[in-house]
Design a protein around this ligand. Structure first.
Ligand code: ADP
Ligand code: MG
Length: 253
């Protein structure tokens, strides 16, 4: 997609869980080549929205458009094949497998083959191609020196970057990252920020959930703020930071 073009759009997305409205008439747009931060207090509905966008869950009402297609109710595999890739709030690694195996296996599962075929029938050529792609993406994110380390032995910051490498294997134009910086030390956050900026300069669009305002403000192009399932503010980082509704949501509690 051309830089700046709208690639993902949530239109009036509502997701109810029984009586609880986790997403309430939520709308947002992501443009090609930008980093958009989705921020808001715990329980605001950010991860729920990610699930609607990525096909992990289906909205109660509203529409999601990606690359010009309505994708509500489509499988996460199908959506991934259109160019959207995501990570989850909690790291999902196989700690005793190598870094390379973790990324290759993730790529395989994203490729639509399913867990059973992943375990049972990977032909040699396919396996070689997966490992080559995994290696390329690990080198791209700066983990090329750790291919054969046990994934569980990596520092948390490196594990998060491993997950990004895994998401990159599907050759996405949009990455959804759910709290990639949570719990990281300052240096690790810096390294993550450098990586995300570099991916953006390569044309990648990134939608990320983040709590650390300082991290967000120095990095992202635009911000959408959620509270109680709704969008309460959006705009440039420096605008949003001064928005009374945002200050109230964060400080007023
Ligand atoms: P955030 O990611 O912003 O912290 P979540 O999207 O995880 O918030 O959660 C929003 C609200 O929806 C919370 O009140 C949460 O308990 C509720 N919720 C999320 N997923 C489910 C579910 N599968 N069933 C019931 N309630 C859910
Ligand atoms: Mg969350």
């Amino acid at each position: 997609p051309a830089h700046g073009e709208t690639i993902l759009e949530a239109r009036h997305v509502t997701r109810r869980f029984g009586g609880l409205v986790a997403n309430d008439d939520m709308s947002l747009e992501v443009h090609a080549g930008e980093i958009l931060a989705l921020i808001g207090p715990n329980g605001a509905g950010k991860s729920t929205l990610f699930n609607q966008l990525s096909g992990v869950d289906t909205p109660t009402s509203g529409d999601i458009l990606f690359m010009g297609q309505r994708i509500n109710g489509q499988s996460s595999r199908r959506i991934a094949s259109l160019g959207m890739s995501r990570t989850f709030q909690h790291v999902k690694l196989l700690p005793e497998m190598t870094v390379l195996e973790n990324v290759a296996l993730g790529a395989h599962l994203r490729g639509g083959k399913g867990v059973l075929s992943a375990a049972l029938r990977l032909d040699r050529a396919e396996e070689a191609e997966l490992l080559a792609e995994a290696r390329r993406q690990l080198e791209r994110v700066g983990l090329g020196d750790h291919l054969y380390a046990e994934a569980g032995s990596l520092a948390l910051g490196q594990q998060r970057i491993l997950e990004i490498a895994r998401a990159l294997c599907a050759d996405p134009c949009l990455l959804l990252l759910d709290e990639p910086a949570a719990g990281l030390r300052h240096k690790e956050k810096e390294a993550l920020g450098v990586l995300l900026s570099r991916l953006r300069s390569e044309g990648m669009a990134i939608l990320l959930v983040e709590h650390d305002m300082d991290f967000v403000m120095g990095l992202v192009d635009r911000v959408v703020v959620m509270e109680f399932g709704q969008r309460i503010a959006h705009g440039l980082p420096e605008q949003v930071q001064k928005d009374p509704a945002v200050l109230e949501a964060y400080l007023g509690g």
